[in-house]
Design a protein around this ligand. Sequence first.
Ligand code: C2E
Ligand code: MG
Ligand code: MG
Ligand code: MG
Length: 292
Amino acid sequence: AGKTDGKGQFRFFEASQSRLIQSRLQLKHRLIEAIELDQFVLYYQPRVDARTGRVCSMEALLRWIHPQHGLVSPLEFIPLAETSGLILRIGEMVMEKACRQIDAWRRQGLPVVPVSINVSPKQFARGEVHRQLAVHLARHGIPPSLLEVEITESAMMGEQAEVLAELGAIRSLGVKLHVDDFGTGYSSLSQLQKLRMDVLKVDRAFTSELGNSREGRVFFQAIVSMAHALGMVVVAEGVETGEQLTILQELGCNEVQGYYLARPLPAAAIPAVLMQGNLFVKPAVAIAAAAL
Ligand code: C2E
Ligand code: MG
Ligand code: MG
Ligand code: MG
């Protein structure tokens, strides 16, 4: 298991992780082993309504529980998983785990909210994401409205016809589409609207500029008004301060996600969050601390 700091949060094992990724070949073997030994878990980070604090959804974030290195961040292994093709297996495993977890919470009688999963460009290029989603949703009897898919801008830039077909097929299932890390790629809002993306998640680089400069605020305001004009919901990623939250509320940003509201939490902490249902009434740290 991972180490914890004073606040009861897991921290990543930096020194040993650099040893872990020393050899790409070694890491690839360890990743294969990790899949076979089921060493992956999903953490969940709530996303809340910027006005009311109501929990609207949770993002599933992958963690590798390494027997020696503890909790390993996806940033350490997703790149190699992508270049080696292992992301196809890992990606399907994430869908399966998310659906199984939603079903478990439902069976516990909890007021469930949708879960969003991250889908890598490599998975997307295969054109099989919609079929896999359909299989796992059906296997667990989950309504498609309880699953959402996050795709980075770069994933949408490939073969236009194939991308359009895959996006259309996912949407036809009733699964909502989110643009992840918006602002870091080269897509324009009008392109994204043509692709009929439902939700725009603005990268945390832009959130962190709020309050620092007038330009930062003006820029975010422009994104919000254009996205709204095009019928998209706007989410701010990486909200870390109360000041950022206040500005985002003033700008009419729809939803917020970030450490200020809640860190990614292990599944065991989520029932308490769902029961409370509102992170303005009671902060997630308090809910999680009481639950764990
Ligand atoms: P992402 O999809 O943009 O996810 C948000 C990342 O920002 C997460 O990092 C989250 O822990 C972090 N974060 C959330 N709030 C804050 C904040 O207030 N401040 C800061 N500094 N960071 C915040 P994480 O969990 O390390 O994941 C990193 C990236 O790895 C994700 O970025 C996503 O691109 C990728 N990833 C995670 N899980 C999966 C997965 O299941 N499949 C794929 N393909 N990629 C995944
Ligand atoms: Mg994401
Ligand atoms: Mg993101
Ligand atoms: Mg991001």
